[in-house]
Design a protein around this ligand. Structure first.
Ligand code: FES
Length: 150
């Protein structure tokens, strides 16, 4: 029988094993670093902007499968979006993670992001999934302080 949960797990593991856009960006780029002090995991997001649009985005770092998969999906999904669209996607993604599935109005998110919806059942892992996204927010808005989950 078709098992959606199993399929979702496979997609997460694929992003973890073969992270998309796992590289440094050079030149005129914005970047920010995020850190989870509870586990020591860290991520760095690089963004190249052309006018108000993301023309390239990548990440580096080390982390658990969920944090790495989330960062990989982030770069995969947001490339080509405007800053406004990227922040709206961040908001929808975060809402998905903190809203119990039965209360969700709209589960539709671009790319593979829906696959991480199951994380909402594990509050401790929500921080893993949003680490890269808070780091993205920091990079887009030129915040100088590093991001932490605490
Ligand atoms: Fe460190 Fe997930 S356990 S970010």
């Amino acid at each position: 029988m078709f098992d959606l949960h199993e399929l979702y797990q496979e997609i997460v593991m694929d992003h973890n094993r073969h992270p998309r856009n796992f590289r440094e960006l050079h030149g005129n780029v914005s970047s920010a670093e995020g850190f989870n002090p509870l586990c020591g995991d860290e991520v760095k997001i690089y963004i190249r902007l052309q006018d108000e649009q993301i023309s390239d985005i990548s990440f580096q770092g080390s982390g658990c499968a969920i944090s790495k998969a989330s960062a990989s999906m982030l770069t995969d999904t947001l490339n080509g979006m405007t800053i406004k669209e990227a922040m709206e996607t961040f908001k929808s993604f975060r809402n998905m993670l903190i809203t119990p599935s039965e209360n969700r109005i709209n589960n539709e998110l671009p790319g593979d992001l829906d696959v991480l919806s199951g994380v909402s059942q594990y509050p401790a892992r929500v921080k893993c999934a949003v680490l890269a996204w808070h780091t993205l927010d920091s990079a887009l808005h030129g915040k100088k302080d590093g991001v932490t989950t605490e």
